[in-house]
Design a protein around this ligand. Sequence first.
Ligand code: F6P
Length: 191
Amino acid sequence: QQTLYFSRHGESEYNVIGRIGGDANLSPRGRLYAQSLAKHIQALNLPSLQIWTSTLQRTKATSAGIQAPQIHLHELDEIWSGECESLSYEELLEHFPKELALRDREKLKYRYPQGESYEDVIRRLTPILIQLECETNVLTISHQAVLRCVLGYFLETPPEEIPYVHVPLHTIIKLTLQGYNYNMETIKMPI
Ligand code: F6P
């Protein structure tokens, strides 16, 4: 039975202060999550477990304690917000009010200036999604926007709803193939 696991990175220093993008490291709570994730995953004793992460510090730090082969893929990096990288949503509202309004109107298609849209993320993720479909016991550690696209793909979410899929921090998401459909379970880690 095919089983895939997913998680966002542990809380980052940027999550704490509400900034988007960037390459911040984990906060103290994020480091606690990394430890409990490693403990939980290791206890499952999954045969041929593999870890796929993005190339950013926060996902690598989240997976560091897990004893399994690891690969770091650019395709799993967070949505690139171009000129808006590292801003807070308040700063976005102040400096890019029109952009924010456009984004609110059509979040799936909206592309940040010099950056990406959710549609762009789906496009660059496609080869990884096809590969994942052929794997089992992979734990993918990535980011909010990317995991919305990944879950949207496996759960056949209508495209316009993908940018709003709920992917909380400090939660392991388990997808199990049942017939032709994936069944989703979530495991909230007590942090
Ligand atoms: O805030 C964390 C984060 O991963 C940002 O880096 C990213 O830009 C954002 O979430 C994506 O969520 P949304 O598309 O809702 O802004």
